[in-house]
Write a protein that binds this ligand. Structure first.
Ligand SMILES: Nc1nc2c(c(=O)[nH]1)N[C@H]1C(S)=C(S)[C@@H](COP(=O)(O)O)O[C@H]1N2
Ligand SMILES: [Mo]
Length: 424
């Protein structure tokens, strides 16, 4: 889409063309500009049009355009004491579609990135099984494999926003989520190979990093849709994402997706590890903590406009876009409000609609240049509807940081700048 400048004469020609081209459909105002104005970018030969470019040997592993250098994972230094046990955030405001590029997937690790030579990789299955087993990388690659697209969301995503609006950008408020196509072996296949005893009810997944991340997973889930993955978006896992092997626990909190997976133990009850007692439990108003809140509920956010993606083109056609997801399955509908939740319009879902994956939505409007209070509200295939902040607080109190799936508000000012505000 070209730049809009309403003050330019000659726009009418273009507008007339657009209108006739769209005859019968909804007429959009012109977003292109007249070509007959002596724009040097049209009339003069530019360097890139004159000189040879880099050859095919310049970048054996390609990089994004240098003009996209701002589109990077970012951290919030004051959030954690040290970058080794920390988190950075996916730049959601700058992305489109549903797949997160590998180099932009947020990272959360508790003891830094483990570096494992695949030749030294071993995965062990022990506990309540008929035959304890160890798999090498090449063993794993001889099992039938599957390709599945899933979102991974940290349960602490949006946690800083629970009591009020805080971080200025959806990268920071909602960027602990990514969506990737994984290739791997169903966990079920490996467990069947070892032979789970009838007394087996839970599975412990353990990481090979210095934090030895350990989580208890109900066996029912382990035998359902979990994947032992070695590829993401077609290439080997990135080191940050658990190279060479990670566990995928679709629709459930990111913490359970153990990276650098080294051991699976079958047991008859949960283990009560640190990450399922002291962390990843939700303290309610009455002093009782919910635990085993594995599912990531229905949620959405407008990614543009948003604080890091202001409106720079003035009034007229405006693409409002965002992401919606649910750990319960597919997204059936997303509504968007431009007036802080008083009126809602159903947005257009575009792109694949896959269970437990991100969904992309659009609402294409004519912006009259007045202030907007943008909100999105997702519904999933099970009929769950994303709550307002007040509804969430009424149900869970204000002690929690995990599982904030409430409706986010962005204020678009007349000058196009966008701010994180609270409309509860
Ligand atoms: N071994 C190991 N696995 C881990 C972690 C870790 O620190 N070590 N962090 C967990 C947490 S809290 C989250 S949210 C996800 C983050 O996955 P990502 O880094 O691929 O985004 O990995 C989980 N798996
Ligand atoms: Mo997490």
């Amino acid at each position: 889409m070209g730049k809009t400048d309403d003050r330019r004469p000659g726009g009418a020609t273009r507008r007339a063309f657009m209108t006739s081209a769209l005859a019968g459909g909804a007429a959009l105002a012109a977003t292109g500009r007249s070509w007959a104005e002596g724009d040097p970018l049209i009339t003069e030969i530019q360097d890139w049009n004159r000189y040879l470019g880099d050859g095919v040997d310049a970048a054996p592993y390609g990089m994004p355009s240098a003009f996209e250098a701002d589109v990077i994972r970012r951290d919030v230094p004051w959030l954690t004491a040290d970058p080794v046990s920390s988190v950075n955030f996916t730049p959601l405001h700058a992305l489109d579609g549903i797949i997160t590029p590998n180099g932009l997937c947020f990272e959360r690790h508790h003891a830094g990135t483990a570096l494992i030579d695949p030749a030294d990789y071993r995965l062990m299955i022990n506990g309540l099984v008929d035959t304890p087993l160890v798999f090498t990388m090449s063993d794993l690659k001889r099992f039938p494999r599957e390709n599945r697209v899933y979102f991974l969301e940290c349960a602490a995503n949006s946690g800083m926003e629970w009591r009020g609006s805080q971080l200025n950008g959806c990268q920071f408020t909602h960027g602990m989520v990514h969506c990737v196509m994984y290739t791997g072996v169903p966990l079920r296949t490996l467990l069947q190979e070892a032979g789970v005893r009838t007394s087996g009810k839970w599975l412990l997944a353990e990481g090979a990093d210095a934090s030895a991340m350990t989580r208890s997973i109900p066996l029912e889930k382990a035998l359902d849709d979990c994947l032992v993955a070695f590829a993401m978006n077609g290439e080997a896992l990135r080191p940050e994402q658990g190279y060479p092997v990670r566990l995928c626990v679709p629709g459930w909190e990111g913490n359970m997706w153990v990276k650098w997976l080294r051991r699976l133990e079958v047991g008859d009850k949960p283990w009560a590890q640190r990450e399922e007692t002291s962390k990843y439990t939700d303290l309610l108003e009455n002093g009782i903590a919910r635990r085993h809140t594995f599912l990531m509920d229905v949620k959405s956010v407008i990614t543009s406009p948003s604080p890091q993606a202001p409106v720079t083109h003035g009034k007229g056609p405006l693409v409002i876009t965002g992401l919606a997801w649910s750990g319960s399955g597919t997204i059936s509908r997303v509504d968007v409000s431009i007036d802080g939740g008083r009126n809602w319009k159903t947005a257009r879902l575009d792109g694949p609609s896959l269970p437990k994956a991100l969904h992309r939505f659009y609402l294409d409007i004519e912006w009259d240049g007045s202030e907007l209070l943008l909100q999105s509200r997702a519904m999933d295939e099970k009929g769950y509807i994303q709550p307002t902040k007040d509804e969430l607080r009424a149900a869970r109190g204000v002690n929690s940081i995990y599982h904030n799936n409430s409706i986010q508000t962005w204020q678009v000012r007349q000058d196009g700048e966008v701010e994180n505000v609270e409309v509860s």
